[in-house]
Ligand binder design. Structure first.
Ligand SMILES: [Zn+2]
Length: 372
């Protein structure tokens, strides 16, 4: 049947991109072979961490608009000069509901629901962002994939839902604790793929009108045994920074008032372990660590880390029987999609407008001609 379109956006937090292959993830691989996928993955923003990536994924907007710049939280910094703790903008889910469509979210990271303002939705799990007391939790305190699965399956099987967003967290937890290539992590990836297989089966009755997008928020890299970076510790940098907050392999820094920014960038980017930087505001810098390096923080995972450039890549798979799938597949095979492209693309399929989105609509991307 043709009928109205159905969108299912499936996200695996911290999915190790190298594990997307026919042998490890046969269900996702088959989806990608029949639909399409980006061979080099998609691109997340920086820092390549959970909250900024999901805020951009679900709004199609950059951090300047969402206000979500870091996953780390510390009052004064976040919320404060390094960003907000609640998104400043509505998501595609809100836009769908405002347009009278039926939407549901099922999330393995209940804290993220609050960040994205999805905790107020009628159709959400955990309800109101509060994890029911008898829920099985992973080592980081998030609902396990097995605990999320029945709620995800129920949403997939509810044929009245026009838009479903499902988030599974455990690949991130295992990647942090054991590293992205550890047997424990790969075992969880295989199980996540099996869950994806069941979800895809539940979507089968409406396949012809369905678009399934499978994404992640960032990659994961093995932490190397170097000391954590404190960008304020060297004598060369004394007095340059008046506050900073680590976000994994990235760090937001606020320069001391009156300090020359160019001189500060020269010195801070020369700190051992710092690989790159972005200048976001006159006095706010993002420092990015070399692969395997991490910034000093109260708690640092032992196995895997993310936040810098080397982990700014995501799963990018599309499938389903809706006519838009072929067009999206062609686009992402040709060019790694940015994480902000998904919402404008999927909104377009639903007939929704996201006027403030910064991403591209990957359906029928126009061919540019040289201007003379
Ligand atoms: Zn994440």
């Amino acid at each position: 049947m043709a009928g109205k379109p159905r969108i299912v956006l499936l996200a695996f937090d911290g999915f190790p991109l190298h594990a997307f292959r026919s042998t490890t993830t046969p269900n996702l691989w088959r989806l990608g072979e029949r639909g399409g996928f980006s061979p080099d993955g998609g691109r997340s923003g920086l820092p390549s961490t959970t909250y900024p990536s999901f805020a951009t994924l679900l709004t199609g907007m950059g951090q300047q608009k969402t206000g979500i710049r870091a996953t780390a939280q510390r009052p004064g910094a976040v919320p404060g000069w390094a960003g907000e703790d609640r998104a400043q903008t509505a998501t595609i889910v809100h836009a769908a509901i405002d347009a009278g469509l039926q939407a549901a979210v099922v999330m393995g990271d209940h804290r993220l629901m609050r960040v994205l303002r999805l905790d107020g939705l009628d159709r959400s799990w955990p309800p109101r962002g509060t994890v029911p007391v008898d829920t099985e939790l992973d080592a980081h305190g998030y609902p396990t994939n097995a605990a999320v699965q029945p709620h995800a399956l129920a949403a997939a099987a509810d044929r009245d839902l026009d838009l479903v967003f499902v988030h599974f967290n455990e690949t991130d937890t295992l990647g942090h604790d054991f590293g992205p290539s550890a047997p424990e992590t790969i075992d969880r990836v295989r199980k996540a793929d099996a869950i994806a297989g069941e979800l895809l089966e539940a979507l089968a009755p409406d396949w012809d009108r369905t678009v399934v997008a499978v994404v992640s928020d960032h990659d994961m890299t093995r932490r190397l045994p170097y000391p954590a970076i404190d960008p304020t510790a060297s004598r060369d940098c004394a007095g340059l920074v008046d506050d900073w907050i680590a976000d994994g392999a990235a760090a937001w820094l606020r320069l001391t008032s009156g300090v020359d920014a160019h001189m500060a960038i020269d010195r801070l980017s020369a700190v051992e372990g710092v690989e790159n930087w972005r200048w976001r505001e006159p006095n706010v810098l993002l420092l990015l660590a070399a692969p395997g390096r991490v910034f000093a923080a109260p708690s640092i995972p032992a196995g895997g880390i993310h936040g810098s450039i080397d982990t700014a890549q995501t799963l990018a798979i599309v499938g389903g029987g809706h006519p838009a799938v072929a067009s999206i597949a062609e686009s992402i095979a040709r060019r790694s999609p940015a994480i902000r492209d998904w919402s404008p693309t999927l909104a377009g399929v639903l007939g929704l407008e996201l006027p403030d989105a910064d991403g591209l609509d990957l359906v029928g991307e126009p061919v540019l001609k040289s201007a003379s």
